[in-house]
Design a protein around this ligand. Structure first.
Ligand code: HSE
Length: 432
């Protein structure tokens, strides 16, 4: 039987999960795939971690060179995260003729052009299913199953930490700061949570997924990004009453006028399948011209879900003799011919604080009209503040029809210049 040796770089949560799956299912792979997948070595400084997983001392390596020069290692699994030293290690493995399986979205997003060049040169496989949306098989779906389509749109909830935070804020009415602390306590959010809550993590994933979906390199630097730290329970509650759920969405669209790629919080209709993706679950909703709508749903993180994606790649690599690379020209920057739409169109939720007196609505309407903004829905909340003073404000909420982003920003400026008569409390994009 063909034997395939694996080295795992890093025995953190995902490395541990991968080791567990590989060892527990070894006999299944032998029976089902006629291949014996053996963990030959691990790169891990913490010997006690290796011992905890039941890994023999003899398999622990202290440097990448040992792994690269080991003829028993065919596949190197990189689950360290971050750019360095992961990049140096992955390049060393590829240049030593080892195929690589990685879960590292930041590394793959920023340097896939370099990694792929080394993989092609050395006739090695380079697999990255686990880099996006954990256990949800979206990469291979895009790479293989949906190739018959022109994909026009992809909307994803691709960060579990922010989905957990927004779900809790919505269901329990707890503030952003409270829920963030709880997410940190549960180990969802890092001590420095900015990669998740400010949308960087989702941006890296969207860069990888939209490049595959739209067959052209979409660098993460071309993606509009906004995080969830400005979202308040007040807006979530108004949104709910209007029939919307709040999500951090990663949106990619490929239309006749170009490509738009953005990560930001948005209200989505409660009837949309993505609205019921809650807690730390992830989902990607893809629309292709032939297949129509497809939604992939599942765990976007965690030891075993991410390990599942890694082991799927290992088995694929172990059972294929030729490898597939990006089905587009994988360069560092976007191709000159790629047109990005920055002034994209969306519907908007706008909450104003207005002085409750005659003529204020007319002033706001006149600004909307000047900016070409058409209102689809309006709600004025009468808050009984007693005694009501001359300057007490009430919330005034609008949902607009589709409007250009720049028009909304101009209206925001003009409303804020109304000398205290009205001011913009929040603006949230709406996906219908
Ligand atoms: N930090 C990520 C998330 C996990 O919260 O979704 C894996 O990418």
């Amino acid at each position: 039987m063909k034997k395939v040796g694996v080295a795992i770089l890093g025995l953190g949560v995902v490395g541990g999960g991968t080791y567990k799956i590989l060892t527990e299912h070894r006999e299944d792979y032998k029976r089902n795939h006629k291949v014996d997948i053996v963990v030959e070595s691990v790169l891990e400084r913490r010997r006690e971690r290796a011992a905890e997983l039941g890994i023999d001392e003899s398999k622990i390596c202290s440097n990448i060179a040992e792994i690269c020069s080991n003829p028993e290692v065919d596949i190197v699994v990189e689950v360290m995260g971050g750019v360095e030293p992961a990049k140096t290690f992955v390049l060393a493995a590829l240049n030593a003729g080892k195929s690589v399986v990685t879960s590292n979205k930041e590394l793959f997003c920023k340097y896939s052009h370099e990694l792929e060049k080394a993989a092609r040169k050395n006739h090695c496989g380079l697999f990255y299913e686990a880099s996006c949306v954990g256990g949800v098989p979206v990469i291979r779906t895009l790479l293989d199953n949906l190739q018959g389509n022109r994909i026009t749109s992809m909307i994803g909830i691709i960060n579990g930490t922010t989905n957990y935070i927004l779900t809790k804020m919505s269901s329990e009415g707890a503030s952003y700061d409270e829920v963030l602390k709880e997410a940190q306590r549960l180990g969802y959010a890092e001590a420095n949570p900015s990669a998740d809550v400010e949308g960087y993590d989702a941006t890296y994933k969207l860069s990888i997924l939209s490049s595959l979906a739209f067959h052209t390199k979409i660098p993460y630097t071309n993606i509009y990004r906004e995080g969830i730290s400005g979202i308040s329970v007040t807006d979530i509650n108004y949104g709910k009453r209007l029939g919307y759920a709040i999500k951090l969405l990663a949106i990619g669209k490929n239309g006749d006028n170009g490509i738009e790629v953005r990560v930001h919080p948005a209200f989505i209709r409660a009837s949309h399948p993505l609205a019921s993706v809650n807690d730390s679950y992830n989902a990607v909703y893809i629309t292709g011209d032939s297949v129509e709508d497809v939604m992939l749903y599942g765990r976007g993180a965690g030891a075993l879900p991410t390990g599942s994606a890694i082991v799927g790649d290992i088995i694929y690599c172990a059972t294929h003799s030729s490898f597939q690379y990006s089905p587009f020209e994988n360069t560092e920057k976007a191709a000159r011919s790629t047109k990005f739409i920055e002034n994209f169109e969306s519907a908007y939720y706008i909450r104003l604080d207005v002085i409750d007196k005659a003529g204020v609505l007319a002033k706001v309407s006149s600004i909307f009209s000047k900016c070409g903004i058409s209102v689809a829905q309006m709600v004025q909340e009468d808050i009984p503040v007693l005694p009501k003073s001359e300057n007490s404000t009430v919330p005034l909420i609008f949902i607009t029809h589709n409007t250009k982003e720049h028009s909304i920003r101009k209206a925001e400026q003009d409303i804020n210049a109304l000398n205290g008569v009205a001011s913009v409390a929040s603006i949230i994009r709406v996906v219908n």
